[in-house]
Design a protein around this ligand. Structure first.
Ligand code: PEP
Ligand code: CO
Length: 442
């Protein structure tokens, strides 16, 4: 077998890749990308790995969430701040309710490439390539827009850098100060019942903080900042390779486009290019697991993705659907346990619960999402395992994409603000409600 290097994936079959009209144009862009500075640092990546190891032991909880697909046009102040706000608010509820540290990871600053079930899409007799995310082509149904354009890779890198720059600036100043959680309030929710319950928790937490500081006679400057990490599906392997770097004084290669890249369900083939690429980087890595994966396959997957059996290195993100998790997860936990490879289990209750309405809207029911999560907590507990986190598709905005929740959004209500290009997301209120439900079920 050939030794791993950042391009060794190119010797393996790579599914879900873009077909560019000009290989030469792609090479020019990749060479430019390879010269640009990294977006994250190896220190941050290693620090995340340590925190994930704590989650593996049940001492911390991973909250991963964001859009199914970010659009380049989402790179704007309100969209970024609203997403940070909802993740910060959910994390406060989780810290308060679970009494554990919460590791905040956004599906943000790079979630621009999407796997698709169909290569092409037909509308009114016209067939064009599927939209694969803004990193590759455009959503508009025209031949020009759907043609993969490598210049989009540079634009994606730029959008990721701008988004991350704003996140870092916000995390480092008053906005993220835990003494002032009122900074995270969203205007449109003053009257919702979730907002009231959240408010009580926030006030209680900032009061305890002030009490602690009065007691020890100093203010805790660390509390003025929150840590926030980024993640995206590492789908477009040329892009990921261009941002894979060596760093001084550390061994190996880091993917410095994001802290936590993950392998999607559709690209987790053992002999495929994605597993090959991910098997060699030093980052913690996620992989989506679900129905139809045999014991042999899972054993191969965890041993390839965590060859040194490091803690905090490998996250198994299970996504079965509320109807299937009960029969499948217990066996999966046992299979992985037998390998003795340490993993962090987290639950993605979104991707196994997608359905379409009569009007053709792709949606998910709040009750199914919650049912899968509840079962996930119960099953891990019964098996003597730890559910160390959750993975959501959500937004800080007032969209109408998932059915249900306290406000009782129904099928007809989806039309009001259905904005996603790909998968349906929990809106702000549904996301807060979900955090409260986790606390009750964990
Ligand atoms: C996703 O996370 O948006 C996704 C496509 O999920 P999965 O790979 O689990 O289908
Ligand atoms: Co999705």
């Amino acid at each position: 077998m050939q030794a791993w290097h950042p391009a060794s994936w190119q010797q393996k079959p790579a599914t879900q890749q873009a077909s560019y009209p000009s290989a030469e144009a792609l090479e020019i862009v990749l060479a430019q990308l390879a010269e640009l500075p990294p977006l994250v640092t190896s220190w941050e990546v290693e620090s995340l790995k340590q925190q994930l190891a704590a989650a593996e032991r049940g001492e911390a909880f991973l909250l991963q969430g964001g859009d199914c697909a970010e659009n380049f046009s989402d790179c704007s102040s309100p969209i970024i701040t609203n997403k940070l706000k909802i993740l910060l608010q959910m994390s406060l509820l989780l810290i308060h309710g679970l009494n554990r540290r919460v590791i905040r990871v956004g599906r943000i600053a790079g979630q621009y490439a999407k796997p698709r079930s169909a290569e092409s899409e037909t509308r009114a007799g016209v067939t064009l390539p599927s939209y694969r995310g803004d990193l590759i082509n455009g959503p508009e149904f025209t031949a020009a827009s759907r043609l993969p354009d490598p210049v989009r890779l540079l634009r994606g890198y730029g959008r990721a850098a701008m988004t991350l720059n704003f996140i870092r600036a916000l995390s480092d100043c008053g906005f993220a100060d835990l003494h002032h959680p009122e900074n995270w309030n969203l205007d449109f929710v003053q009257h919702s019942s979730q907002a009231k319950e959240y408010q009580q928790v926030a006030t209680e937490l900032s009061n305890s903080l002030r009490f602690m500081e009065a007691l020890i006679g100093s203010d805790n400057s660390e509390i003025n900042r929150v840590r926030f990490f980024t993640s995206h599906e590492g789908l477009h392997l040329h892009y990921e390779q261009a941002l894979t770097r060596r760093v001084p004084n550390r061994d190996g290669y880091y993917n410095l486009s994001t802290h936590l890249p993950w392998i999607g369900y559709r690209t987790a083939a053992l002999e495929g290019a994605h597993v090959e690429y991910f098997s060699g980087i030093r980052n913690p890595v996620g992989v989506k697991v679900g129905s139809g994966m045999s014991a042999e396959f899972l054993q191969g997957l965890v041993t390839r993705l965590n060859p040194e059996r490091e803690s905090g290195k490998l996250i198994l993100i299970h996504r079965f659907g509320a109807g299937a998790i009960g029969t499948q997860l217990p066996t999966m936990i046992e299979t992985v346990r037998r390998t003795e490879v340490p993993v962090l289990w987290i639950c993605d209750p979104m991707h196994g619960n997608t359905e379409s309405t009569q009007n053709g809207y792709k949606t998910r029911r709040f009750d199914n999402i919650l049912a899968e999560l509840g079962q996930a907590f119960d099953i891990h507990r019964r098996q003597g395992s730890v559910l160390g986190g959750v993975h959501f598709e959500l937004t800080g905005d007032d969209v109408t994409e998932c059915i249900g929740g306290a406000r009782g959004l129904d099928e007809a209500g989806l039309e009001r603000a259905y904005r996603t290009q790909v998968d349906p997301r929990l809106n702000y209120e549904q996301a807060l409600e979900m955090a409260m439900a986790i606390v009750r079920r964990a």
